[in-house]
Ligand binder design. Sequence first.
Ligand code: TRP
Ligand code: ZN
Length: 898
Amino acid sequence: MREGTATLIRREDYCAPAFWIRTVDLTFDLDPAKTLVTSKMQLERNAAVAHGALRLHGEELNVLRVLINGESVSFRQEGHELIIDNVPDADFALEIRNTCAPDKNTALSGLYTSGGSFFTQCEAEGFRRITYFLDRPDVMAIYTVLLRADKAKFPVLLSNGNLLDSGDLDNGRHFAKWHDPFPKPSYLFALVAGDLVAREQRVRTRAGKDHLLQVFVRRGDLEKTEHAMNSLIASIVWDEARFGLPLDLERFMVVGVSDFNMGAMENKGLNIFNTSALLASPATATDADFARIESIVAHEYFHNWTGNRVTCRDWFQLSLKEGLTVFRDQEFSMDMAGGASARAVCRIQDVRALRASQFPEDSGAMAHPVRPDTFVEINNFYTPTVYEKGSEVVRMYQTLVGRAGFEKGLKLYFERHDGQAVTCDDFAAAIAAANPGSALSTRLDNFKRWYSQAGTPRVQARGVYDAAAQTYTLTLKQHNPATPGQEHKLPQVIPVALGLLSAEGQALPLQLQGEDQAAGLERVIVLDEAEQSFVFTNLASQPVPSLLRGFSAPVVLDDGLSDADLLVLLQHDADAFNRWEASQRLALNRILAAVRSGSALQLDSAFIEAMRAVLRHPELDAAFKDLALTLPGEGYIAEQLEVVDPQAIHAAVEAARSQLAQALREDWIEAFEANQIQGGYTPDPVSSGKRALANLALSMLVLDAARSGDTVWPGRAYQRFKDAGNMTERLGALSALVNAHAELAEPALARFHELFKDDALVIDKWFALQGRTPELDGKSFARVKQLTQHPDFTLKNPNRARSLISSLCMFNPAAFHRADAAGYVFWAEQVLALDAINPQIASRLARAMDRWTTLAQPYRSAALEAIRRVAAKPDLSSDVREVIDRALESDKSADAAA
Ligand code: TRP
Ligand code: ZN
């Protein structure tokens, strides 16, 4: 893993493979300490590529023998390659025998053990840690897999596809033989062996075919799989109904594992899940967990078509499958949510996540296009840009060609490319070809700049009303800021969905100059130059523009609207997303003004009354109210500032929160009382919205009690914490106490730990809550340091490491960015400790310093020192090395820009 120098891989250097592997027969003699792998492959030269040696990938393997057509051949090993110089020209059989050590595999890539069972994770380049192979996604083979293992310890033996045979062997061992009829790249290979149990369900698809669905987990976890199974069934039904895409295997398996680097993995017919993305019961999982599980189960299932049936030619095309599949899972979640308001809530949550994670990435050291041009370690590019911005790009296709047009485009994509490994260009070409003459097809080349240009476009919108002519001229300008390695950029194609409102909030008919009549109350205009004006006619009075409705493009919008305009939108906009956006802008403007001027924040009555009106609104959903009354995140606020003082931002946000808590006290009480749910728990949007608002209200009431000295609300919170019938309410009450630093927080935390000490996923929540506790006098940071010594804490389990360390370093700015630099010293220590165990997890933590160049002093210098400390370590993984090098380089680009 650490040998050789890290090399930069370039997209433009792509070469087709010199050989194809058509079939693979794998035999595994599973043993935790030393597993024997026998691989028999049928190879053939790629006629399109000149002669050359066969170079196979392999890492951390012991090769035992190499045979071609049954004869042993000589080979060389160079770095991570096994090279065979003398290869026949005709098709040939290659047999390789090697061993690997699953028990020692703490990186959780390749074949590893967790809780005494075997699991694999092969994306992106883990298969080469199992056996020597052409481990690249454009080499697609048909797999047959024979698993042999001790029957008592590993009664369940799974791999991709269909079970051909199984039975007993000598010495207490048994076997299972699997065959996957679909050719697939090695990254979709999977095996699982262990003492697992399954929830099973048979379903019949529209074509009348029967399928067996199975969710495998450890013995005690079976009751927690009902929601995942329901989500899987709903996903199957949805993909057939919305896109005509059926389940193509007799059997579809899902497996949970507690040691896993990401959320889940879409291995063909055998999805493997982090238990945190799979297991849920009302007593142990929150509403947010239920929603996340539904969306990840759907995401992995949807990959079966978008990723597996049509896969990526090379890893630069990652967003081809990830952006498209995130788009599909977001659409699914919206369709599952139901009515317009619940759909808008989904959209708001997605956009909030994009702004919190992707926007900072796009303006930081690791900024990269949706289709990157270079990488050192592909694992570093499973990013919000590739996933979430990639999804926004797919959404813009749909906005430009319409829903029906997009469905046609996707159909053509599968007609053209089923069974192939393709590029983002192929996707773009298919959507455009299915929609000739559309707003997309006429601008396709320029639209594709979304794949090549990093950075978030800035759009400025200004309107001028001409009373005499009754026209409103909307001028849109775009600016595409420089990012590391990309100084100059060209205009993007930006679909702007919009409406116009009268000052009284009436939606106005939209008629552009030159048209004989108005075309509805909402339309999409396309900004595809640096500056363009659009003239709306027949307007009797000055309108209020509602721009970028539903967040129709991933840009930062400066619409120059006044408070008065924003209040009109907040009260009347037909677009719920923009109503929410207005609430956030009103809050953001006030927080930014305080931070910029260095003065204490004092909320004005106009703002407070607007928030009161939302909270008391008779028609708005609780879920919407919760989102509108939640202040913008500290990370998002930081993104609006040229120089970032995390303590100043925190102080302003805390002031805003405590003033809202105080000024709306009676309203919070009413909201809390009005949103209680009687009866059993269901995670549906209406009840989860009510619980969210009740939790917010409770947190405000407990916070205000800390100011006023009232003991009633902390007492009620503690009571609710004790009596709660579900985790959403229990954790909500606990968070209210902990985040307000209430006295009752300590006994509540102790009680919570005692109650759930045997449930790892709940103990993760316990750590995460403490990792994210707002800072007060350095206590939160001190607590996190202390918790690293807790008997339940370990860096070896990714969920546990993230729950404490990432919570502090990535989600708790005021506790992390300390004038004494202790937070950064802590970060450096943890990155180095993690890197020795699991480079992927270490590298993600390393990214906490992405935005260090924008920090105010003394944070900036202290951050640099900590980054240099990590950089000085000689044997860093290439994962961490790439992130750290780019952080150091961003200093140069920041200095150059200054
Ligand atoms: N393809 C997976 C997904 O999006 C991502 C993934 C799971 C992954 N595990 C990984 C990526 C390990 C890199 C490394 O659903
Ligand atoms: Zn995915």
